[in-house]
Design a protein around this ligand. Sequence first.
Ligand code: SF4
Length: 722
Amino acid sequence: MNAELQTQIAFRLAGRKPAAGADDGGAGLRPALLARYRDLTALRYDFPLVLARGAPDKDYAQCLSGIVDDAVHRVAGDDGGERATRHLLRLEREIRVLLAGGARGTLTALWDDAAARLAGGDASLQDSLSRARKALKADGVLADCDESLPALLLKHAWGVVRERKTRRLGEDLRRLTIGLSNILQADAARSEAGRSAEGLKASIGAGHAEVFDFAAMSRLLGRSASRDGLPAGRRRRIESLLEVLQSQRFAPVPDEPQSQDRCYAFTFGSCAEALAAYRERLPKAVELARSIAVAELEVKGEYREAAHDALFADFGEGGLGQEALAGLPDYLICMPANALHGAETDRLMELLSAGLPVKVLVQTDDLLEESSIARDGHFALGTRAKQLASMAMGLNDVYVLQSSSSNLFQFRDRILAGMSYPGPALFSVYSGASGDGGGLSPYLLAAAAMESRAFPAYSYDPSAGPNWASRFDLEANTQVEADWPSQEFWYEDENHQRVRSAPAFTFVDFVACDARHARHYARVPRADWNDRMVPLDEHLRRSAAGAGEAVPYVMLVDAGNALQRAIVDEPLVRAALRCRESWHSLQELGGIHNSHAERLLAREAKARAEQPQRAVAPSASPAPAAEAAAPEVVAEEKKSADAPYIETPRCTSCNECTQINDKMFAYNENKQAYVADPDAGTYAQLVEAAESCQVSIIHPGKPRNPDEPGVAELMERAAAFA
Ligand code: SF4
């Protein structure tokens, strides 16, 4: 073993920095796959969002690019929109630049600012921008993907649902108030005071004094009117109902601005505050729900004291079911994950498990702070928030959504569904806004966390069906079947040749975004690259069978986008393995590589494989035809034990094997892999493909070239897939 390799292995195992050659770590580097994203203002992507005012529910959050595309479509001229597109894309970029510089405001305000900065003396540009401005169909606050986004977006979604609920409640309250008041007025009109000359004058109005003889009218009514007024009990009940409906503080009533002013606030920064407010208001909520139910009966004239008095006397806190609560606004709690200390976590679980009407945002800003208990490579990874989300799913009736903020626009419908869900909901969001990203934007850090499985996105909707298959959804993650997603990546090598690769984006790539953990990486100069260096994802696949002397590396780029290999120490490798384990658990919940299903499939495959053997087993008096068939079957079995093959019907089309060698492995018409040509590559590639295959269905067979280098070690590795 040469000295350089020894140094690299020493770094991997003991974290000892190389004295020379490899440099001092990963500071200033970023994952190679992020090399293209240096200037986000030049990119068209999901952000910023416009938190639209007054738009239909489904359009409550729109992305700026979509709005600009719509505007282009509306003002496109004879040139098919080419000029408008050019001008409006400049405007869109300018708005992004303004936001990146700290500007905040509504779309129209920033649109005007950006247009003023751009237009100058360009009449054609001015014309496009002003026509597009007039054609704008949406407006609202612009929200960029930063620390404030999760709370802004979720409050906006919650506001959309609350507005819908309180409008309905306010209209009901108005209708019932009018109905109850009419009953009292009608009764008053029948009373002696109501029939007096003064009473009639007051109800009809003094303006008619000249045409009406109120005294004569009073005498007339007095002779003909019934003497029966409202029973005293009913009158008291109606007056008391009116008092409750008119003083309630849960929803504004249309055309009563003062009712808006006295409404309770429903947004809180902690569970303690929300729980205290909920408990304090509960008697009022019960009273309002009961009053609405009684008032509905009263205005229809269906209240029967004999039956309903007893019923509503028992209408207490225990009787306030979800249906009654569903009409009142939900409580929104927006809190940072680091506020989830013992007592606050207990309160949150109490809120969720009691089915209280709460929607909770738990925001994690830093995934990569090191654990205070077990340092060195033990990252917090939003553990508190993740555990909370798992526990909430275990309660079965809590809506749960976990996502990086970069994915929130894609999850906008699920966010609205969670806010509309008639029970508690928990939203766990990683913002990417903290840590030491060395100039990487929160958007990129959040996207990297999701891509690397450090913070996968999923939702659990108890109303979607009776089982996990219908409730749990993991599909928003890239290449959900794989351990790590990979993307095509082109670079120029030392001979200035374009080289294609498809590196995986692993947890270690994500950690490389944060300068606090540079000590876990050591850059290796090209001159010291050797065949013991293996890509980290491959190293992780092999680690179950023992990594031996392999030195795992990831591909990073420096500030000038020069490609680097950085080797990685053991604590980081272990952290990546833990991250992969967590991802595997989520995959199982999502029915991907489900161990129970795979065991069942393996059992069935074994049973199927045994069937021909039973058919050719020697019997006391074999039929001549069976005797003739037996040698052929035995020969076929012998051949398949030596030749490589794939259990094609079980292939999940993940591309792993075809990326290793697309001549050796190919897809059939169902896009399932088979061994197209076992001689089109090496035995090492066959073994590597078998190790890469997520569902372990590639069987490398025996080496076709017994002289291939390292064949003994390869056969040992292949034995696991015999
Ligand atoms: S055989 Fe395995 S590695 Fe190849 S595409 Fe199918 S599932 Fe992926």
